[in-house]
Design a protein around this ligand. Structure first.
Ligand SMILES: Nc1nc2c(ncn2[C@@H]2O[C@H](COP(=O)(O)OP(=O)(O)O)[C@@H](O)[C@H]2O)c(=O)[nH]1
Ligand SMILES: [Mg+2]
Length: 450
């Protein structure tokens, strides 16, 4: 246990500083009122202040420790990336222990294991070609979905982009200019029609003379439509453990996003976090998350079988459980039913939520197929990934609005753990109206927010 003194203007101020600096495990040991300054040592006009003694457990994540850990983590990840980009003969495994042992010649068995790893991270189509057999992995949604029943609300989302000017009243050229552009960028006509009507109501004739006024008002309009909630504990009753399942197609960014959130909630916010994966049939999938878990010193469990998984969960004393899942296909609904078995393991003291991980680079109908396919698992929030690679955000923003879902987080690059942002109405609305902002989007540096 380390002891430190903190001074502040009152007790509350001191406690706040203690929490900010040393996290939830720091304890208040003693408190006193002190006087500071004063004329000629007389105490006259001295300032009354509070001072507290704080006990900080050594394992506690002080700011310095967090910074050091994050640095280590970044270094490990860099090493891993270098390793992955080596030619096959020089490759080392992706598992955390293996990735640390860069030097030395590999034994035959570790070489075979590595080959296996390499094989499983190859693109699905390539592997299929090489092996000439089917693989029990589901590829990301590249094909157009078949047989999906689209809810009525979603029909407008996929409506053909045919203008029917006869129906619509002529718009101000600046509004028309924006609407035409947004139509090309993935919005549906009916959504834009509603936006145009609102903009016309809100902008005076003088306002309309400047195009910038139209775009600014469009941002405000979208901010009203977009729903966000970026607190993983949101809605969790006091005393309950939060369990978040991340679902979505393979390659959408589930595992890396989980690693980023684990760093944010554990290293940065001092929560007890553990990581699980239900993806038990792909070695690379297990190793990828295990690597991050090890780097951050977090418990990690892969679902070898349901019974063992259940045991681990019952013993688990963490506040937040993040669950990685395999990319299930809407064409294989039995896989989603399988996921149900994992949900059932959790009990009354758990508050379970599912978050859909959706890439912002997928096509409009692809995004719709994904949101539709995962509807049966009951998600309310979306973690939107790959904003740094997206051209436009219009279609996903409209889709979320149409199906009444909230955005939770925005993944903005490959840099674990930094490239993730809390979803805000402002960022999303601005990126829709000014898509050039997507190019410069960058992750948050934790230190800034401590
Ligand atoms: N550019 C970019 N790449 C990302 C982002 N999120 C994930 N990726 C990359 O997408 C690939 C698939 O990510 P992964 O987390 O393994 O996806 P999963 O299959 O859903 O678990 C990896 O190469 C990631 O580095 C992002 O926000 N931006
Ligand atoms: Mg994964």
């Amino acid at each position: 246990m380390d002891f430190v003194k903190i001074r502040g203007k009152d007790l509350q101020d001191c406690i706040m500083q203690m929490k900010m600096k040393y996290g939830p495990e720091a304890h208040l040991y003693d408190q006193r009122v002190i006087t500071e300054g004063g004329l000629f040592g007389t105490g006259l006009m001295a300032q009354r202040m509070y001072e507290i003694d704080v006990g900080v457990p050594e394992k506690q994540n002080s700011k310095e420790r967090i910074e050091r850990k994050l640095k280590d983590l970044k270094e490990l990840i860099k090493q891993k990336q270098r390793t992955e980009s080596l030619p096959e003969s020089g490759l080392v495994g992706i598992g955390s222990n293996q990735s640390l042992s860069l030097a030395g010649s590999p034994t035959h068995s570790s070489y075979t294991a590595r080959k296996k790893n390499i094989e499983s991270v190859r693109p699905f189509s390539e592997r299929k070609r090489r092996q000439g057999q089917s693989v029990y992995e589901i590829e990301s949604f590249e094909e157009r979905p078949v047989g999906l029943s689209l809810a009525e609300a979603k029909e407008s989302f996929l409506e053909p982009k045919i203008e029917s000017p006869s129906k619509q009243k002529e718009k101000h050229p600046h509004i028309q200019k924006l609407i035409d552009r947004l139509l090309r960028e993935g919005f549906s006509e009916s959504y834009l029609e509603e936006m145009a009507v609102t903009l016309e109501q809100r902008l005076s004739a003088v306002d309309l003379t400047r195009y910038a006024n139209v775009t600014d008002k469009a941002v405000t309009y979208l901010e009203e439509r977009i729903q966000v909630d970026s607190d993983l504990f949101s809605g969790t009753p006091r005393g309950k453990r939060k369990v978040v399942f991340f679902v979505g197609p393979t390659g959408s960014g589930k595992t890396t996003s989980i690693a980023k959130l684990a760093a944010k909630y554990s290293l940065h916010m001092g929560k007890k976090v553990s990581l699980y994966t239900t993806d038990n049939y792909r070695i690379a999938a297990i190793d990828q998350l295990k690597f991050y878990a090890d780097a951050m010193g977090l418990p990690f469990y892969a679902a070898k079988d349901l019974r063992k998984w259940k045991e681990a969960i019952l013993r688990d004393g963490s506040e937040l459980i993040l669950v990685d899942t395999a990319g299930y296909s809407h064409r294989k609904s039995e896989n989603l039913e399988k996921l149900q078995e994992f949900y059932e393991v959790f009990g009354e003291k758990d508050h379970i939520e599912t978050i859909l991980v959706l890439s912002s680079t997928v096509s409009k109908d692809n995004a719709l197929a994904v949101t539709n396919a995962y509807e049966s698992v009951g998600y309310q929030r979306i973690l939107l990934t790959k904003l740094d690679e997206a051209e436009f955000l219009g279609s996903v923003v409209e889709l979320a609005d149409t199906i009444h879902r909230e955005f939770a987080f925005l993944s903005v690059g490959q840099d674990v753990p930094f490239d993730i942002l809390n979803a805000t109405k402002k960022i999303l609305a601005e990126c829709v109206i000014f898509p050039e902002k997507l190019k410069g989007i960058a992750g948050e540096v934790f230190e800034k927010t401590v």
